[in-house]
Design a protein. Structure first.
Length: 115
């Protein structure tokens, strides 16, 4: 498990992959975003993958346990979804039929608002 607060989801996934020496495929359409986040990111031209993710938790688990974990969290009113899978190397975002490298953010996207 990893807390992706500072630097957002993309930074958290990069940190996990680097420490674990693995890659990942992330399904963009499975990432839960609050409507407020989508609105603010659109308004300020921020990438939601790189904004502060306070209150979020990344859980990496054996795929055979995914459904059990998701169901337990949902039963406790904790929204969650399976957003990807671990692979041997590379960090890839799959967006429909497009695939591209998971972005790296040198600073949290939210800092753009204060410049």
């Amino acid at each position: 498990m990893h807390d992706p607060t500072e630097g957002g989801l993309a930074t958290g996934l990069h940190e996990i992959a680097r420490c674990s020496k693995v890659g990942m495929i992330i399904w963009k359409d499975q990432i839960n975003l609050f409507p407020e986040c989508e609105t603010l990111c659109r308004e300020f031209s921020l990438d939601p993958l790189g904004v502060i993710a306070s209150g979020a938790l990344i859980i990496i688990a054996d795929s055979s346990q995914s459904e059990n974990i998701i169901n337990a969290l949902i039963q406790n009113s904790i929204p969650c979804s399976k957003i990807g899978q671990v692979i041997e190397k590379d960090l890839i975002i799959k967006d429909g039929f497009k695939e591209y490298p998971l972005p790296i953010f040198e600073a949290d996207e939210i800092t753009k608002i204060f410049k």
